[in-house]
Design a protein around this ligand. Structure first.
Ligand code: CO8
Length: 259
């Protein structure tokens, strides 16, 4: 598939990188961009050689939200009938390999929601996060009211959703929305470093870790602990567990085969 609103590349043949590419609209998310993103994520997820995926934008904007021009005249009937935003956002949720958001500049509205839909966020020091939908008469529509409070707690999430104010990178890190903040010129180097590190671990354990942490978001503590325990048990049937522990005991570097 030829892409017009994103670019894709790989690094070291094992990290898939998707760059949102609608610079004139600050990477505002329209159907085409979301379709292409969904397609690219699925393709990387299915590619045996890829161990981790990075989603990023431009220096000025990760994404400034839904493309307001294309939804300004949307009716309730159209939105409801087409279940607006569901399909590609479900695709993002279904990706089993880790997806890291490398965010510089604005991550607003759907852009903030897209970053939060990734597994973790590494932010440049110029990043700004916000859910400003209230200013244009709506609310977040792609998980923002659910993921933001889970990330930063109720008070800050309410503040963001009700006032529409932006949070800078320092506040975002302090609040737990992002995992690290780095200087803008080191954003991709740092994110790639994390991605390559993940690629070199056993893929089954990586996928299990992602699935188990996601459970913490979705259900209660007892269910989550039981789910984690079962995955933990299952990993003892993998060659990578034998190799990882054998290498530790033998004081050598593990070579994982993802089996
Ligand atoms: N949609 C469409 N175009 C946009 C958007 C957007 N969200 N954001 C910026 N642009 C365009 C501007 O219209 C402008 O275009 P032009 O040059 O043709 O006039 C260009 O990008 C540059 O923007 P500005 O001149 O405004 O640049 P500034 O640096 O002055 O300001 C801001 C940058 C602060 C990011 C400002 O552009 C802004 O506030 N943008 C809107 C942010 C916003 O309200 N986002 C929420 C949108 S609603 C939403 O996301 C609901 C989520 C629903 C689920 C997701 C579905 C995909």
């Amino acid at each position: 598939m030829d892409y017009a609103s994103i670019t894709v590349r790989t690094e070291a043949d094992k990290v898939g990188i998707v760059t949102l590419n609608r610079p004139k609209q600050l990477n505002a998310l329209n159907d085409q961009l979301m379709d292409e993103l969904g397609h690219a994520l699925k393709a990387f997820d299915a590619d045996e050689n890829i161990g981790c995926i990075i989603v990023t934008g431009s220096e000025k904007a990760f994404a400034a939200g839904a493309d307001i021009a294309t939804i300004a005249n949307l009716s309730f009937a159209q939105a409801y009938k087409t279940d607006f935003v569901s399909s590609n956002w479900e695709t993002i949720r279904s990706v089993r390999k880790p997806v890291i958001a490398a965010v510089s500049g604005f991550a607003l509205g759907g852009g903030c929601e897209l970053a939060m839909a990734c597994d973790f966020i590494i932010a440049a020091d110029n990043a700004k996060f916000g859910q400003p939908e209230i200013k244009i008469g709506v609310i977040p529509g792609a998980g923002g009211t659910q993921r933001l409070p889970r990330a930063v707690g109720k008070s800050k999430a309410m503040d963001m959703a009700l006032t529409g104010r932006m949070m800078d990178a320092t506040e975002a890190e302090r609040s737990g929305l992002v995992s690290r903040v780095v200087p803008l010129d080191q954003l991709m180097t740092e994110t790639l470093g994390a991605a390559l590190m993940i690629c070199d671990y056993g893929q089954l354990a990586v996928m299990a870790a992602k699935e188990a942490v996601n459970r913490a978001f979705e259900g209660g503590l007892s269910d989550g602990i039981m789910f984690e325990r079962r995955l933990f048990h299952a990993l003892f049937s993998t060659a990578d567990q034998k190799e990882g522990m054998d290498a530790f005991i033998g004081k050598r570097k593990a070579v994982f085969t993802h089996r």
